[in-house]
Design a protein around this ligand. Sequence first.
Ligand SMILES: [Zn+2]
Length: 321
Amino acid sequence: MLTTVVGSFPHKLYSPSTFSEKIKNTLGQFDPYKKTIRDIVFDELKAGVDIVADGGVREMNMINYFSRYMPGMKIDGKTTVIKSKILPPRTDITINDINTACDAIWEYKRLHNIPDEEFKNKAVKGVVTGPSTMVYSSMIESFYKNKSDAVLDYAKAFNRELLAIEKKTPAVYIQIDEPILSTGIADLDVAKEAIDIMTEGVKIPIAVHSCGSVKDTYRYLAKFNVDMLDFEFAGNHDNFVTIKHNKSKFKDKIIGFGCVDSAIDQVDDKYRTRELMHKAVDVFGEDNLIFDPDCGLGKLSHDNAFRKLELMCNLNNEFDD
Ligand SMILES: [Zn+2]
């Protein structure tokens, strides 16, 4: 199976240190996040992850990272406020970071003299926040009378970014994060329609990551027109039973199988994780699975986050033996 990450990873931020960085900083051209993204990708590769991501390091916030660029949305303090009709961004948002992450793959390979054969599954993906999560995490100040209209407008406006990811980066798929869906506050039919609108014309595979329990949402999620659904299975034991018993509803989907717990800052038990991964293969089959952590690991200690990825990748390698 391939392995991937969901998103965030513990990292440090840099200040300009070399002469050229200091000059660039004076000219407003120093990007402190570039080195951070490189660090994250190097860690992911060292742990053995196949499909890496940039870690979503900007703003430290999955809403403001995008809303900053969306006409109609403003950041007041730390909160995004919707002030007028949401329109397409005038600039690309994630493109540079995805390309920085991709460059880091090849730099790591070069630095460690890794043969092509060993790196044939390495790739980068794009990660964006979904329209429902964007709107339900924002305050509507004016223009929209209901959240659903704002969700659909956001989806329409953000389609530009997904098309740009496909055209301007080597991302092998795009993951849309929708943590709001499991909270029960978002309209799931609107969420589905919004994903259709946002992904219109995009040909690379699309994944939706939903955090938490899927007990009340799996029926809706199974009908999403996406290639992959990514859920938590290590920290949410009920999810395995729910999806297993409703396997036929997911037969046309790849399951992103969260197999290490992202909520506990302690490395998972090897035997328990191995058993969970074997159960996943028995139920869904090797061709229908991709392994990842339950959610982003950004809140954990660096050492434990790294060791969780390493454990997942080492156990995944056992399937080839
Ligand atoms: Zn999550």
